[in-house]
Design a protein. Structure first.
Length: 209
């Protein structure tokens, strides 16, 4: 699929392997998630427009390029998406951050919204949705729908690990949304977790069960 990007950079693949390890501590897990997010951010922001300016160096005048002022917003899906925000903000500290709170109903496996707080000018920003796992795709589909309802037009979805089912569902419902991930795993188990995946990203980030 032309709008699905799987990162094959050696550093990302190495860190994803460490992230999957069940023996990785919460502290290490948080650090790795942030580092991977920052590395992924280089490609996610590749299409930010530039403008040419003149800079006075100690040796003279240089024609150089700077970001042209395109506005970005990072929107983590709570709670696990919080683990990806710091890495992205290290690259783009001027970006705004919104939050969408969803939890998965363990009976239906469908997402339920409990919180949504977005920048007032979200309709004028390029939006990057952050969630470590794209499992059933339900949360991603609903988060993108909320954003579109608030006027957002250019939306990207960034995760660490996706399932084939999640990718299929998100691309079918929102074909205009590009997906960025470090791995696409084979399947989901009977309670909607990615296999082999890395377990519950939120629990591993925050040390909960």
């Amino acid at each position: 699929m032309s709008n699905v990007f799987v990162f094959d950079h050696p550093l990302i693949q190495h860190k994803i392997s460490l992230l999957r390890d069940k023996n990785t501590s919460s502290k290490e897990f948080r650090e790795l998630a942030s580092e991977i997010s920052m590395l992924m951010g280089y490609e996610v922001t590749r299409d930010i427009p530039l403008k040419e300016v003149e800079i006075e160096t100690p040796m003279g005048i240089a024609k150089a390029k700077i970001v042209s002022g395109k506005k970005l917003a990072f929107v983590p899906i709570l709670r696990a998406g919080l683990g990806m925000v710091d890495g992205m903000l290290k690259l783009v500290p001027m970006a705004r951050v919104g939050h969408i709170g969803l939890y998965r109903d363990h009976e239906t496996l469908e997402p339920v919204e409990y919180y949504c707080k977005l920048p007032d000018d979200i309709a004028n920003r390029d939006v990057v949705v952050l969630d470590p796992m794209l499992a059933t795709g339900g949360s991603a589909v609903d988060a993108v729908k909320f954003l579109k309802n608030h006027g957002a037009k250019n939306i990207k979805f960034v995760c660490l690990i996706a399932s084939k089912q999640g990718v299929k569902r998100l691309t079918e419902v929102h074909p205009d949304v590009s997906i960025y991930c470090a791995a696409i795993d084979e399947h989901l188990n009977d309670i909607g977790y990615i296999v082999p995946g890395l377990g519950d990203a939120g629990d591993r980030l925050f040390g909960t069960k």
